[in-house]
Design a protein around this ligand. Structure first.
Ligand code: ZN
Length: 713
């Protein structure tokens, strides 16, 4: 349940859609616009991050869109009868300039945002959506794609080519290619309106995370906070231009969660909790409720137009789950045992609070605080004891080592490529044996103003062979607080897990070995894409990694076995909380999108649905509706937040293949994993690919065991 991965902006917008042809008003500026140029330099060309200036984005996007439309028009008007080569492959070759600009534009939006960038974003979001519809609504183009898809010649194509033809055909149909002119026009209006609303929604959340914070003014208000947290809060106060000798708790998860875990001040915990869970819900100019109502109605109308009962049915059609009902079935099967576990967890916490004479009833702002105390009491495990062994840079070496063991990769630092910010570093990935170049890996680890919170992977260029041998460029991004010069950055066990997770996405991209860019790397169905990443998380706790890379930052000694045993023993601790906070959000997401065109008041819907579900009152959804970026900042994870659980069923089951073999470093199993999962992208139906790897379909048992829930036998 980490963050969403970002593909290039072009793929992001490929799921939304809308109209007006870009005009070439700024021709003079675009002629030598460096954002449009072919990527030059080593490794098959590298992104020119050093050439980016915000005023260049708009003319570059306009020119690239116009160029792409001209390319598409040539294919649509080709006098030769349609075939796979002159239609589908030709489409795969289009839009390269837009890919390049889109990558830079996306990186700036996610990691270097500023008011002048946001002005461009507000203007361009609907226009990029409009551009997409111009392609999917191009009648002669669709006729050609349809002809290729229905042609008897298709049977002679390779399985990868047949899947690509199917993907084009279904994507066009699903985007409304078969609708009449009136319906197409309305669809375009909807897509354009949605793109504008998504931008507003995201910027509102960003504003509340930036503008709101808590200033702590005395030692007394810091009670319970470990030194690392005090240092981070002091640095935050400086960045927020507060008086010296004050501390700031920011309104982001990486700041709030540790504060709720350690602060002895119950009043401040409540204040921080309320600030965080009310993002986008404060009845002011950044309130997202009305925007959500509008988004949901437009999505429902669009689904109807396209011939689906609801937005959820439309979104899930080509997923692994296929229908909302199957996704709901899985969520409901896990919900009950998870809630039962929460009641046990709360009882443990209440007993401890009573014993301490706290005279309180556990409330949501007490959960993390007492959970930590119960962890200490039950397992004699203090999270702060682990942290000195988790150095960011050592763990980075650890993930490289794992990639070497599983996939025979080698990582070498390179300094001859431009980066968007001096904190970003780059490595070349090669094959250990053949020394062949595989790709580049960019690492952007630290938080800064204008960077969105969370952690994610992004592909700057995908592997493919249709335009010659093109190697991939991927990145991992996170928000660690940069340490003082010369001091190692220490991270939590959770953050270390996230690092392995995001690196799993990167390895999915780096292992890609396909022909067509649309099928490359992480371009798989939403409920399958978290499988490779969640699987990688399992390697953090392997003895090999801990012995070699979990080294104390002062003594250099590996983490003691006794501490590792405690971590292992407490592995299923608090899974009630983690599962319920996630699953409540996933259930609300799905139910919102199954409600059809009913006019929805998000606050009321959330309250009533959670009551019906029997949501424990001590927990709040991981993302409340007014701040649910996964669902309302794009179509991305809408009716798709269940994907993390769906993928985790596969993940837990897949790790079993290693356990049943020679363990996590079993070369034969790793080779099967590479062959059937990490290298195939979307060239094979994921269910089939998984069966090829495991010899059968995934079973839910391993997930229940992993989370420590009882299963009916
Ligand atoms: Zn992920």
């Amino acid at each position: 349940m980490r963050d969403l991965i970002l593909r290039s902006i072009v793929l992001l917008i490929a799921v939304t859609m809308l109209a007006n042809i870009p005009t070439n008003t700024s021709q003079a500026v675009t002629e030598d616009n460096p954002l449009l140029a072919d990527w030059k330099g080593p490794y098959g060309g590298i992104p020119p991050f050093d050439r980016v200036q915000i005023p260049l984005f708009k003319p570059a996007l306009e020119t690239a869109m116009a160029e792409n439309l001209a390319e598409i028009q040539r294919i649509a008007n080709d006098p030769a009868p349609p075939n796979f080569e002159n239609t589908i492959v030709a489409m795969e070759r289009t839009g390269q300039a837009l890919d390049r600009v889109g990558t830079l534009y996306g990186v700036w939006g996610a990691t270097m945002s500023s008011p002048d960038y946001q002005a461009v974003q507000r203007e361009m979001a609907p226009r990029l959506a409009a551009f997409n519809d111009q392609i999917t609504q191009n009648e002669p183009l669709f006729k050609r794609i349809e002809a290729v898809y229905n042609s008897p010649a298709k049977a002679k194509l390779t399985p990868e080519q047949q899947r690509l033809a199917w993907l084009y055909y279904t994507n066009f149909v699903r985007a409304g290619a078969r609708l009449g002119p009136e319906a197409k026009k309305r669809l375009s209006e909807i897509n354009q309106q949605l793109a504008g609303l998504y931008t507003k929604f995201s910027l509102n959340v960003l504003a509340e995370e930036t503008d709101q914070f808590i200033v702590l003014k005395s030692e007394d208000e810091l009670a319970g906070l470990p030194q690392s947290l005090r240092d981070a809060a002091a640095a935050a106060a400086e960045s927020k231009k507060q008086q010296p000798g004050t501390w700031v708790i920011m309104n982001t998860r990486s700041s709030i969660d540790p504060f709720l875990t350690y602060s002895d001040r119950r009043d401040l915990r409540e204040k921080a909790w309320r600030m965080f869970v009310n993002r986008g819900d404060n009845g002011d100019e950044h309130d997202n409720n009305a925007i959500i109502t509008e988004i949901l109605q437009l999505r429902a109308e669009r689904a109807k137009l396209l011939g689906y009962p609801t937005h959820a049915h439309w979104r899930l059609e080509n997923s692994m789950a296929k229908t909302p009902e199957r996704a709901m079935e899985l969520m409901e099967a896990v919900w009950k045992p998870a809630v039962a576990r929460v009641h046990e967890e709360v009882a443990d916490m209440q007993a401890l609070a009573d014993k301490e004479g706290a005279k309180i009833k556990i409330e949501p702002w007490d959960y993390r605080y007492y959970m930590e105390k119960v962890r200490k009491a039950k397992f004699d495990l203090d999270q702060n004891e682990i942290k000195p062994y988790l150095q960011l840079e050592k763990l980075r070496e650890g993930i490289f080592w794992v990639a070497g063991e599983l996939f025979n990769f080698n990582f070498t630092p390179v300094t001859n490529v431009p980066v968007a910010h001096p904190d970003i570093r780059v490595w070349e990935v090669t094959d250990k044996t053949t020394k062949k170049h595989i790709g580049l890996w960019y690492f952007d680890p630290y938080a800064r103003a204008g960077k969105r919170s969370g952690a994610w992977m992004n592909a700057y260029r995908t592997q493919e062979r249709v335009n010659g041998e093109v190697t991939t460029i991927v990145s991992n991004n996170s928000n660690f607080v940069k340490g003082k010069p010369g001091e190692p950055v220490l991270i939590s066990w959770d953050d270390a897990t996230t690092m392995f997770h995001e690196f799993g996405h990167a390895l999915h991209g780096l292992n890609s070995n396909v022909t067509y860019p649309s099928l490359s790397g992480t371009a798989v169905p939403r409920d399958y894409v978290e499988f490779p990443s969640q699987l990688l998380e399992h390697w953090l706790s392997t003895p090999e990694v801990l012995q070699k890379f979990a080294l104390h930052y002062q003594t250099g000694k590996p983490i003691p076995q006794e501490l590792v045993d405690k971590i292992k023993k407490s592995a299923t601790f608090n899974q009630g909380f983690a599962t319920v906070e996630y699953l409540s959000a996933a259930l609300i997401d799905m139910k919102l999108h199954l409600a059809g065109d009913k006019k929805i008041d998000p606050d009321v819907f959330e309250r009533e649905t959670l009551a019906q579900l029997g949501m424990p009152k001590e927990i709040v959804m991981r993302h409340r509706t007014p701040q649910f970026l996964h669902v309302f900042s794009s179509d991305g994870y809408s009716a798709g937040y269940y994907s993390y659980l769906w993928s985790d069923v596969i993940t837990a089951d897949a790790f079993g293949a290693f356990v049943e073999g020679k363990g996590p470093y079993d070369r034969a199993v790793a080779e099967r994993l590479r062959k059937y999962v990490f290298s195939v992208g979307n060239t094979v139906d994921p269910a089939e690919a998984y069966r090829a790897f495991r010899g059968r379909d995934p079973k839910v048992d391993a997930l229940m065991k992993k989370r420590g829930f009882a299963t009916k036998s």
